[in-house]
Design a binder for this molecule. Structure first.
Ligand SMILES: [Zn+2]
Ligand SMILES: [Zn+2]
Length: 382
C-alpha cells in the first residue's frame, strides 16, 4: 500500500480558515462548520472509507464501503456482471445500502441487475427518464421484485453514508433525447477527502454542475464518459481541481476512450492518473485526511486510439473569457520573470488565483526569489 501523507492545498486552506471559524463560534455566531474542518482538526476521528474502481472493461462500476455500509455506483456491462457480484461477495457484501444507477446505458446498468438479484438492496437511486431498451425493463422489474421504488433525488440532496456522506450533483434537468447527460452525479465526502463520480455526464451537464453553486472540488475525479472528449471540460476541471483522476475504460475499446483531448488536459494540470484499462481494479482508502492507494498512479496519458491527434488548440481558443484572461495573466507573469506566492504553502504560481489560493493575500516576486525561499513550481500551473 502506498501512503500519501502530503497535505493537500485544500487541507492547508482549511487549517487557515479554522481560526476564523473559531472566532465566529466564540462570538456566538451560529454557523455551520464543514465536516472536513472538524475531521481535520480532530485528527483521526473520521472513520475509513474504501473506494473500489472495478475493472469492468468498457464500462463503470464503483464499490464504496464505510463502517459497515455499502454503496455501488453503476455495475458495468453484462459481460462483467458475474465478476462484479463475485467481487462484492469477496469483500463480504451481503447488503447494499445505496445502489446508484447513473443512467440506463448497458455498460453502467447491466451489472446492477445482478446485484439487485443477489444482494439485499435497501435504496435505489437512479435518473428520472425512461430508456427504451429491454435491459431497462429488466432493471425496473428487478427493482420492483425487491419491493423497492427508484428514487430520483434533486441536486443538492445529501445522504449520510458510513463515516461520511454523499451529495447529488446532477442531473439538474432531464434531456429528452439524452441518456449520458441525464447521469446521476455525486460528490462523496469522508472528512477532508472527497470524490466526484459523474457517470457519462457530458459538457452540458458539467456546465450545469459548475453553475449549481455546489462546491465541486475533490481529491479524486472519475472523468465522465470513460475519458471521452465529450466530457471533462476545462471549466469542470477548474471547478473540481482533482489531485487524481481514475479512468474506467476497456483496453483497446472501439470508441478510442480515453480521448487525447481529455488526457492532454489532465497532463497539463499534472493530475495523477489511474486507468482500469492499464491497471485493472484499483482501490483507495480514505481515513478522512489521507488516501492510501492499492497501486501507484500509472500516469499514462496516451489516448485509447493511438492515431487520435486531439483538438487541444481549438479547445484552448474556445475556452471561456475568464479562462483567457487567466491565461494572459499567466503568460505576462511568466514573461516578466515574476511569479505569485500565496501567504502559505510551498509552491509558487503563474497566477494569483491558482487552485484555492487567496488572490488578496498572494504577493508577486521573481522566480529566483521564490526558489531561494525553497518554494517549488506549482504542478497545476507549471
Ligand atoms: Zn452512457
Ligand atoms: Zn458509459
Amino acid at each position: 500500500m502506498i501512503q500519501v501523507l502530503k497535505k493537500t492545498w485544500r487541507q492547508r486552506l482549511l487549517s487557515l480558515l479554522l481560526p476564523i471559524l473559531l472566532v465566529f463560534a466564540m462570538a456566538g455566531v451560529e454557523m455551520k462548520v464543514p465536516v472536513q474542518a472538524a475531521g481535520n482538526d480532530a485528527g483521526a476521528q473520521t472513520g475509513e472509507m474504501k473506494v473500489h474502481f472495478l475493472d469492468v472493461g468498457q464500462g463503470l462500476s464503483i464499490l464504496v464501503q464505510s463502517e459497515g455500509k455499502t454503496m455501488i455506483y453503476d455495475g458495468g456491462d453484462k459481460k462483467t456482471s458475474r465478476f462484479v457480484v463475485a467481487y462484492l461477495k469477496e469483500q463480504g457484501v451481503t447488503e447494499i445500502d445505496y445502489l446508484i444507477s447513473s443512467h440506463y446505458d448497458a455498460d453502467h446498468m447491466a451489472g446492477l441487475i445482478g446485484c439487485l438479484n443477489v444482494f439485499d438492496v435497501k435504496n435505489v437511486i437512479s435518473s428520472n427518464y425512461v430508456h427504451t431498451s429491454k435491459l431497462y425493463k429488466s432493471f425496473v422489474k428487478a427493482v420492483k421484485a425487491d419491493g423497492l421504488k427508484m428514487k430520483h433525488p434533486a441536486v443538492g440532496k445529501t445522504y449520510e453514508f458510513g463515516s461520511g456522506s454523499f451529495e447529488i450533483l446532477a442531473p439538474a434537468v432531464i434531456e429528452k433525447n439524452g441518456s449520458n447527460n441525464n447521469s446521476v452525479a455525486i460528490k462523496l465526502t469522508n472528512g477532508g477527502n472527497s470524490f466526484v463520480f459523474t457517470g457519462d455526464a457530458e459538457h452540458e451537464s458539467e456546465e450545469r454542475m459548475c453553475s449549481s453553486g455546489v462546491d465541486l472540488s475533490c481529491d479524486v475525479l472519475v472523468p465522465g464518459h470513460h475519458g471521452s472528449a465529450t466530457a471533462t471540460s476545462w471549466d469542470f476541471l477548474q471547478k473540481t481541481v482533482p489531485e487524481y483522476a481514475v479512468i474506467s475504460c476497456g483496453a483497446d475499446n472501439k470508441y478510442g476512450h480515453p480521448d487525447k483531448d481529455t488526457m492532454d488536459k489532465l497532463k497539463s494540470m499534472e493530475i495523477q492518473v489511474y486507468r482500469t484499462d492499464k491497471q485493472g481494479t484499483i482501490t483507495v482508502t480514505s481515513n478522512g485526511t489521507d488516501l492510501s492507494w492499492s497501486a501507484s498512479p500509472c500516469n499514462d496519458y496516451t489516448p485509447g486510439d493511438a492515431s487520435d491527434q486531439g483538438t487541444q488548440v481549438q479547445q484552448t481558443e474556445a475556452q471561456s473569457v475568464q479562462g483567457q484572461v487567466g491565461q494572459q495573466t499567466a503568460s505576462q507573469a511568466a514573461e516578466g520573470g515574476k511569479v505569485w506566492v500565496s501567504a502559505t504553502g510551498s509552491k509558487y504560481h503563474k497566477t494569483n488565483h491558482c487552485g484555492s489560493m487567496n488572490p488578496d493575500t498572494a504577493k508577486q516576486e521573481t522566480e529566483a526569489e521564490a526558489k531561494a525561499q525553497g518554494l517549488e513550481p506549482c504542478k497545476k500551473c507549471y
